[in-house]
Design a protein around this ligand. Structure first.
Ligand code: ATP
Ligand code: MG
Length: 390
C-alpha cells in the first residue's frame, strides 16, 4: 500500500489515527475541566499506566480540551534529574503573563507576578541559576521560604486567585509524574488540596507509571482521596479492532478478519504495538487488503523495529547489575514476580539485590504492584530480553 498514505506512525505522544477505547477518561476530562471552569469543586486526576499505553496522548487531549474552554493550560514533563520548581517556573510565568493581558483585576494579576518573582529567588537559592526574568519586584515573604511544600501551595494560590479574578482557569498538566521526588509530590498534593479548599480554578492533571500510586501514598496519606487515578492499559478487543481497522478503511483499504485476529494476538491490544503492527502491515501489503500472510511478514519487521527503538532505549540506560536483575525476571516469565524468586533465580540473597531493584524502580523500569512483587513497566519486556540474550 502507498507509504505516503500510511495512517500509522507510532511515536511517543503522537496522536493515533483512531483514539480507541478511552471514552471514560475523555468524559472525565470534559466534566472535570467544565466544573473547575464553572467554579464547582472537582477532583484533579492522574492517568496511570504502563509504557506505551497512551498516557501522553491523553494528556494532549486534556490540553486541547482546556484550550478550547479558554483555560490557560501548561504542560510539563517531570524528569529524573530536574527539579519540579525549575520546570514550573517558566511555565507559570507564561500563564501569569497571559493572564496579565486580560484587562480585569490588574492588581490581583500583578500580585501573583510578584509572588512568582519571590518564588524564583527561592528556586535560585535551592537549585542554582535558572533562566527567569520578570520586571516586577518580588513579594518578599511569599512563596520564598525555600520549603517547596510551603511555597508551591502559596504560589498556586496566588495563580488561582489571579485566574479567578480574571474569570478564567488554569490547567497544570504534568507528564512522567513518577520521576517527582517525595517532597515534590507532597508539595503538589498540598497545592491541590489548597485549590480545593479555597475553590480556586486550578486543575492538575497528571500522567505516569503505576509507581505513582505508592509515591503519592508515601508523600501524603490523604493523597488517595484528593486525586482520582484513572487506569489505562491494553485496549479491549473491540477497541483494538477499531484502532486498527478504522484508519485502514478510512484510506479506502481493507484488512481481513484473520489478519485482525493475528495482530491483536501479537500486540495483546497494547496501543504502541498496535500502531507498530499497523504501520508495517500497511507497508508490506501489495494489494488493497491486508491478509494473514502480510501480518506474518510485518511481524518480523515490527519486532525488529521495537527491539531497535521502543525496547532498546530503555535497555541501554541500564547498568550491568540492573540488566542481570531484569534477565532473571524475564526467565521467570511476564510477571509480576516475588522479589525472593528473582533473587533465587540470580542465586543471590534478597537483601543483596534490593538496591538494584530500587534503582530499577527509580528509573521507571519496574514497579511493585503489591508488597514484595515486582513487575515490568514496559509491556512484553520479558520477551524482548529473552530475544536480545539468545
Ligand atoms: N487509545 C489509543 N488507540 C490507539 N492508539 C493509541 C491510543 N493511545 C495511544 N496510542 C498510540 O500509542 C503510542 C503510545 O502513546 P503515548 O506515547 O501516549 O504512550 P505513553 O503511555 O505516554 O507511553 P510512555 O509511558 O512510554 O511515555 C502512540 O503511537 C499513540 O499514537
Ligand atoms: Mg508518555
Amino acid at each position: 500500500m502507498d507509504p505516503l498514505l500510511n495512517p500509522f506512525a507510532p511515536g511517543a505522544g503522537t496522536p493515533p489515527p483512531k483514539l480507541a477505547g478511552r471514552e471514560e477518561v475523555l468524559k472525565k476530562t470534559e466534566i472535570t475541566l467544565g466544573r473547575v471552569k464553572a467554579g464547582k469543586p472537582a477532583k484533579s486526576f492522574i492517568v496511570v499506566g504502563l509504557r506505551g499505553v497512551g498516557k501522553t496522548v491523553l494528556l494532549g487531549e486534556v490540553y486541547s480540551k482546556a484550550e478550547s474552554l479558554n483555560y490557560c493550560a501548561v504542560q510539563i514533563e517531570a524528569h529524573e534529574n530536574k527539579a519540579l520548581a525549575a520546570l514550573l517556573l517558566p511555565k507559570l510565568r507564561q500563564v501569569l503573563l497571559k493572564l496579565d493581558k486580560i484587562e480585569k483585576a490588574r492588581e490581583v494579576g500583578n500580585a501573583a507576578l510578584r509572588v512568582l518573582a519571590a518564588f524564583a529567588t527561592a528556586v535560585r537559592a535551592s537549585v542554582g541559576e535558572v533562566e527567569f526574568s520578570l520586571s516586577v519586584d518580588p513579594d518578599r515573604g511569599s512563596a520564598d521560604s525555600g520549603d517547596l511544600e510551603v511555597d508551591l501551595p502559596d504560589l498556586l494560590e496566588a495563580v488561582g486567585k489571579a485566574a479567578k479574578a480574571k474569570e478564567t482557569a488554569v490547567a497544570l498538566i504534568i507528564d512522567e509524574m513518577q520521576y517527582l521526588s517525595e517532597t515534590e509530590m507532597s508539595a503538589l498534593i498540598m497545592a491541590a488540596h489548597r485549590m480545593q479548599q479555597r475553590q480556586l480554578p486550578v486543575v492538575l492533571v497528571g500522567g505516569g507509571l503505576p509507581q505513582i500510586l505508592a509515591l503519592a501514598g508515601r508523600s501524603k496519606s490523604y493523597a488517595e482521596r484528593l486525586f482520582d487515578y484513572p487506569r489505562v492499559g491494553a485496549l479491549e478487543e473491540v477497541d483494538a479492532r477499531e484502532a486498527l481497522a478504522e484508519p485502514i478503511q478510512c484510506e479506502g483499504m481493507d484488512i481481513t478478519e484473520a489478519a485482525v485476529r493475528e495482530v491483536i494476538a501479537r500486540t495483546e491490544g497494547y496501543p504502541y504495538f498496535l500502531q507498530t503492527w499497523g504501520h508495517f502491515c500497511w507497508d508490506v501489503c501489495q494489494t488493497d487488503s491486508i491478509e494473514l500472510e502480510d501480518v506474518k511478514r510485518a511481524t518480523e519487521k515490527a519486532l525488529d523495529n521495537l527491539d531497535e527503538s521502543f525496547f532498546r532505549v530503555r535497555f541501554d540506560r541500564l547498568t550491568t547489575a540492573e540488566k542481570d536483575y531484569l534477565f532473571a525476571m524475564a526467565d521467570l516469565g511476564p510477571g509480576p514476580h516475588r522479589s525472593g524468586d528473582v533473587a533465587a533465580q540470580m542465586k543471590r540473597k534478597v537483601e543483596s539485590v534490593a538496591p538494584t531493584r530500587s534503582s530499577l524502580m527509580k528509573k521507571g523500569m519496574v514497579f511493585s504492584p503489591s508488597h514484595g512483587d515486582t513487575a515490568f513497566t514496559v509491556p512484553m519486556f520479558d520477551t524482548y530480553l529473552r530475544r536480545v540474550r539468545d
